[in-house]
Design a protein around this ligand. Sequence first.
Ligand code: LHQ
Length: 264
Amino acid sequence: MPESETVLSALADGVLRLTLNRPDKLNAFNEEMHLALRAGFERAHEDRSVRAVLLTGAGRGFSAGQDLGDRDPRKGGAAPDLGHTIETFYNPLVRLIRSLEKPVVCAVNGVAAGAGANIAFTCDITLAARSARFIQAFAKIGLVPDSGGTWSLPRLLGEARAKALALTAEPLDAETAANWGLIWKAVDDATLLDEAGALATRLAAGPTMGLGLTKRAIQAAATNSLDQQLDLERDLQRQAGRSGDYAEGVTAFLEKRKPEFKGQ
Ligand code: LHQ
């Protein structure tokens, strides 16, 4: 991973903790932070000792999305190609998170705006501090929700709420986001990191292959018919049934003890 202070990276108990770290800019994404975060998720893909990821932000914000200072229109010149930024940075990040067959927990410690919000919704289990707000800030600057927002918002919320959030850019508080099914839950600010950390640690000690295949199956349901999904479940169950963790899980149950999953 390239050395960068813009994303802090720490591995403990099978959990790779990635902390967005540009607190003065509410962890807005510049190129360096993009590359560092991508490197973190690439490591999560490759490193077998990583069995879960915890994504959070340093300071009072989770992420304010793209760093708007990077392309100051007052400097003149040709209009920037934002599609290139999306293609180069945001889309690969969303694909890396979705295709990682390990749980990704997100702890939204404060405001999540623009791409920052939609990256949080891309993660598998998202918790937020009660004081956190989610803002589809794109509408305020003439842009379109990205980082999968136009895909995840209507799926998670339905069109009415998705459109209202995206067209008005009104902030959504964490409690409402949880009640609407946009995130897993809102927790007290003081306990957010402890709760998210404990959850990630528990998942990291779980049957990693089975959890990864479960993630794959649930994501596939968005585009599969019931018949396709039933076939997929059969195939994935066949694969899970051959894992060491399945044998350990059943053995531990029969022996009335806690399983010791190895992630294989
Ligand atoms: C920031 C930012 C920021 C730089 C706060 N950039 N400095 C993809 C492709 C390519 C291009 C475009 O975009 C995208 C995807 C996107 O993400 S578009 C959406 C970009 N994000 C936004 O429009 C959100 C902009 N930020 C805000 O609206 C506010 O900062 C929020 C509502 C997030 C927080 O408000 P406050 O709590 O009042 O904090 P603040 O505004 O005072 O910000 C604190 C500092 O962070 C401040 O710097 P300063 O030096 O004055 O203390 C801000 O300038 C800086 N900051 N967001 N995106």
